[in-house]
Design a protein around this ligand. Structure first.
Ligand code: DX5
Ligand code: ZN
Length: 221
């Protein structure tokens, strides 16, 4: 069975206090940090790039879960490796050669994940399953924090869990990203998601308290 964990998205952090806020995550016992990179092309906004990740690497030992919302992310594999990324998740929709990109991430010494937009079918994963360390199901259309959870994604998570299990990949975790809070978290956990991203629900208000509330729900599973 995959390990259950929280991965707070720093997209909703106060960027002027980013180092301190990431340290607070560590103090709250959070194991991962979700790092949203946006290029203004794959998604409308620009967020930040590898120099920010490199600076954060100096202040924390947390696992860096980097979600690349960029066109042709293969161009940046070395940059994020050098910045201290542990896992690189690329969008299937953004890669002309998904198989090659996953291979290149592994060759660089990182874990590899594939993200799917809400409308993207699961069958794009059929012939790359052996190269997946994680699958990210987007439960909002990527680009912005604080959007509303798309309820139909609960069934998509269930379908994916079944598909992975039937193919012998019981240990490959499903990550869910977008609109997760104390109202929506149980539905995705029950459907089979085990890596839970939350941005506004962690960084809006008391970070440690918010993280603890979500972690309590995760450890109850
Ligand atoms: C959306 C990003 C998410 C986002 C989640 O494009 O990939 O990681 O920060 O934010 P919330 O949890 O506020 O929906
Ligand atoms: Zn994300």
């Amino acid at each position: 069975k995959p390990v259950y964990r929280l991965s707070p998205s720093i997209l909703s952090a106060d960027f002027a206090k980013l180092g301190e806020q990431v340290k607070e995550l560590g103090e709250a016992g959070v194991p991962w940090v979700h790092i949203d990179v946006m290029d203004g092309q794959f998604v409308p906004p620009v967020s930040f790039g590898d120099p920010v990740v490199k600076s954060l690497r100096k202040v924390t030992d947390l696992f860096f879960d980097v979600h690349l919302m960029v066109v042709e992310p293969a161009r940046f594999i070395e940059d994020y490796k050098n910045a201290g990324a542990d896992l690189m998740t690329v969008h299937a929709e953004a890669c002309g050669h998904l198989d090659r990109t996953l291979q290149a991430i592994h060759d660089a010494g990182m874990k590899a994940g594939v993200a799917l937009n809400p409308a993207t079918p699961l069958n794009v994963l059929d012939y790359v399953m052996d190269k997946l360390d994680m699958v990210l199901i987007m439960s909002v259309n990527p680009g912005y924090g604080g959007q509303k959870f798309i309820p139909g994604m609960v069934q998509k998570i269930r379908d994916l869990r079944k598909k992975l299990d039937e193919a012998g990949y019981e240990n490959v975790p499903i990550q869910v990203d977008g609109g997760i809070n104390t109202d929506t978290i149980d539905s995705v956990l029950d459907a089979g998601a085990s890596v839970i991203v939350a941005g506004s629900a962690v960084f809006g208000g008391d970070i440690q308290k918010n993280a603890a509330a979500l972690q309590a729900r995760i450890s109850a599973k």
